[in-house]
Design a protein around this ligand. Structure first.
Ligand SMILES: [Zn+2]
Length: 466
């Protein structure tokens, strides 16, 4: 999907800005229509921060129809006469702000909301959007599919990088994290699985519908929200340390998933030892048969797998709970901070469990010829939106971490693996934050680290020496 160009929206913004929202006093203006992400400039919105999303959804796989009410609690970061939400497709039936009817207008994926009363800088306000329709599947610049995906027995909502706006309105950018309540009503016989913890499961009085309520108590980026509707075997257990585990497995994948998912508590225990305290209040996995997506995603609390996962992928997606989900990129340029760490977690798993040092995994990648995809661009600077999930972001991102390890030594490196997510817990960080952090923690190594950044993080082509 190509994001509609911001210029399409600007005339509308200027028109809104030209009309004062009230007479007398200081006038607020409209919030920006995008956050100027280097790759997705129109994503997200300026002028406010969302602190909580309460989503009340109903979906019927037979008709593909979604009806939703999104109740957003947000804080104004400027005086606002109008503000934007991101919403792709669907029909907006009503918008209210603080209980009063507001004017909503659509242009591309921008829903412009003009509240009845101007919102003062610093004020907390509630926006309620009622909407309905058949949610869309979004095709990314790299050709992969996200947003709302129909599955054989239901549907799956996936949001990296842009897709959450296909099923709920919001500030759709990783830099604005919020807590969530996600309630989903489905026809009897179907299940609905989401992030966080299942707080209730109710059947309607006529017995025809079941409502599942999931609560996400820790901040989450919108791209990490998920809903899976279909027939699932939902099981609750606990890790040895008492962390609740919810797994939801498509019955057709149950046998093939059993062994690997049985090791989930062991993976979480090992990752906690390596990466520090687990950042969220539950874990788990969703195994669905989403033939359209075909990729796993580190959705918060419980990653989604497109079929029975292998152990390496489980290690990778669960490592993201620390690297990506708890400490989240400031923009989509910083993807390597997610994928480099999660790939390195796979290398480290092999090192700790099979005696294969991470350096061997590094050497195997380094052995690839000059023209190989892994050398096509530096991990910290993908050339465009279509490349943010390419090989250099993963493999060469992990190589950066191996070079950091060899520069600062094992003791300080393993301490870094824990302190980086702990010191940025539930927050956002970019590449500059990371390099400054490593240098500050290792003041005697600043010069050698600068060399690592120049060659491995920002340098073009295959480095001359490994
Ligand atoms: Zn990943």
């Amino acid at each position: 999907m190509r994001i509609p160009h911001r210029l399409v929206v600007l005339p509308l913004l200027m028109a809104l800005a030209a009309v004062p929202a009230c007479s007398g006093g200081v006038h607020g203006g409209p919030g920006a229509a995008g956050l100027r992400d280097p790759y997705f400039p129109g994503l997200g919105n300026g002028g406010y921060d969302v602190t909580h999303y309460a989503l009340d959804l109903a979906y019927d796989p037979a008709t593909h129809r979604l009806t939703g009410t999104a109740d957003l609690t947000a804080t104004a970061r400027q005086s606002l006469s109008a503000f934007h939400l991101d919403l792709q497709g669907l029909t907006v039936d009503e918008v209210t702000v603080d209980g009063k009817r507001a004017v909503g207008s659509r242009a591309g994926h921008e829903l412009t909301v003009r509240p009845h009363d101007e919102l003062p800088d610093g004020s907390t306000f509630r926006t309620t959007v009622r909407y309905s329709g058949e949610p869309e599947t979004i095709t990314d610049p790299d050709g992969s599919e996200e947003g709302w995906l129909r599955t054989a027995d239901g549907a799956l909502g996936l949001g990296e990088p842009t897709g959450s706006m296909a099923w709920f309105p919001g500030n759709n950018h990783p830099s604005d994290k919020a807590t969530y309540d996600i309630t989903v009503t489905v026809p009897k016989g179907q299940q609905a699985v989401s992030n966080g913890e299942l707080t209730s499961e109710r059947t309607s009085a006529d017995g025809r519908r079941t409502t599942y309520s999931w609560h996400v108590a820790q901040p989450m980026g919108s791209y990490l929200a998920t809903v899976a509707v279909g027939r699932f075997d939902i099981r609750r257990s606990k890790t040895p340390s008492g962390l609740p585990v919810w797994t939801a497995v498509d019955p057709q994948e149950a046998q093939a998933s059993k062994e690997v998912l049985g090791r989930l508590p062991e993976v979480i225990t090992w990752e906690t030892k390596r990466f520090g305290a687990y950042p969220f209040s539950s874990t788990g996995a969703i195994v669905d048969r989403d033939g359209d997506a075909g990729y796993a995603l580190e959705t918060q609390n419980r990653p989604v797998f497109p079929g029975a996962p292998d152990l390496g992928t489980l290690v990778h997606e669960l490592a993201h709970q620390w690297y990506g989900d708890s400490v989240t990129p400031k923009s989509w340029r910083d993807m390597w901070l997610n994928e480099g760490f999660a790939t390195y977690a796979e290398w480290l798993w092999e090192e700790d469990h099979h005696g294969e040092p991470a350096r061997e995994a590094f050497d195997a990648v380094y052995a690839r010829p000059k023209g190989a995809a892994v050398w096509s661009f530096p991990p910290a600077d993908p050339p465009g939106a279509a490349q943010i999930s390419d090989t250099p972001v993963y493999q060469r991102g992990a190589m950066v971490l191996q070079k950091v390890r060899e520069t600062i030594g094992d003791a300080d490196f393993f301490s870094l693996l824990k302190s980086w997510p702990a010191d940025h817990k539930y927050g956002n960080a970019d590449t500059g934050d990371f390099t400054a952090y490593v240098e500050k923690k290792n003041p005697g190594k600043a010069k050698a680290l600068a060399g690592v950044w120049d060659v491995w993080l920002y340098g073009d082509g295959k480095p001359r020496q490994s």
